[in-house]
Write a protein of this length. Structure first.
Length: 228
């Protein structure tokens, strides 16, 4: 499994690479935005990316956007900017998770494994035999884990896709925020909180073309959400 590490601090980059290789990962390293772009455009087999925010010729947000043009691979930001604004900005750009420096390598590895499980293996047995499911004017192909709207693929992150499957599984039912959080937490810890859940749902609604008129994902006051 291949990991792209975009980090301009050579000490951190080297230490992280050694730890990842010991876990059996193949590591691609970039210290600049330009080099990261080259690797993203030339490599077809990157499975997950770890991005620093501050780079000498740009930032990790631009790298995240470049990845999202062609892939829904999991993305984790690793940065010293530990505040809500940077966290929300990272999620809005398409990231799946955000870890502040200094971080513990075991925690990072656990989060990576959790996100990779979700992105590659989260297809409920209740949905496996359903094939194509219509959600508004979008089509969800459960067998390929791809979503299309007006014949164009909608690129969802691993978390967005998992949220969509949760809504499909509970279609026609009111589902609370706590129920949703309980299904997207994992053994590594409760790192998806109530605030970031709002960001994920807002982003999913936008990608599905949700609007005041269509209301694909409805907010049920005092309860949570509902998708008919």
């Amino acid at each position: 499994m291949t990991v792209l590490v975009v980090e301009d601090d050579e000490i951190i980059s080297e230490g992280l690479s050694i730890a990842l290789e010991q876990e059996g990962y193949h590591v691609l390293k970039a210290t600049t935005q330009a080099h990261a772009f080259e690797l993203i455009r030339s490599e077809e087999s990157i499975d997950i990316s770890l991005l620093d925010v501050n780079l000498p010729d740009g930032d990790g947000y631009a790298v995240c956007r470049e990845i999202r043009k062609k892939s829904q691979m999991p993305i984790i930001f690793l940065t010293a900017c530990d505040d809500e604004i940077h966290t929300v900005l990272a999620l809005e750009q398409g990231a799946d998770d955000y870890i502040a420096k200094p971080f513990r390598i075991r925690e990072l590895l656990a989060r990576m494994k959790a996100i990779l499980r979700r992105s590659g293996n989260y297809v409920s047995s209740q949905l496996q035999d359903k094939g194509i499911i219509n959600v508004g004017d979008a089509q969800v192909n459960i067998n390929t884990a791809k979503v299309y709207r007006e014949n164009e693929e909608i690129v969802l992150t691993a978390m967005e896709y998992k949220l969509l499957l949760i809504f499909i599984q509970h279609r026609g039912e009111n589902i609370s925020r706590q129920q949703i959080l309980s299904q997207i937490w994992d053994d590594a810890g409760e790192f998806v909180n109530d605030n970031t859940l709002s960001v994920y749902i807002k982003r999913l609604r936008k990608k599905l073309g949700d609007s005041e008129e269509s209301q694909l994902i409805q907010t049920v006051r005092g309860i949570g959400y509902r998708m008919d």
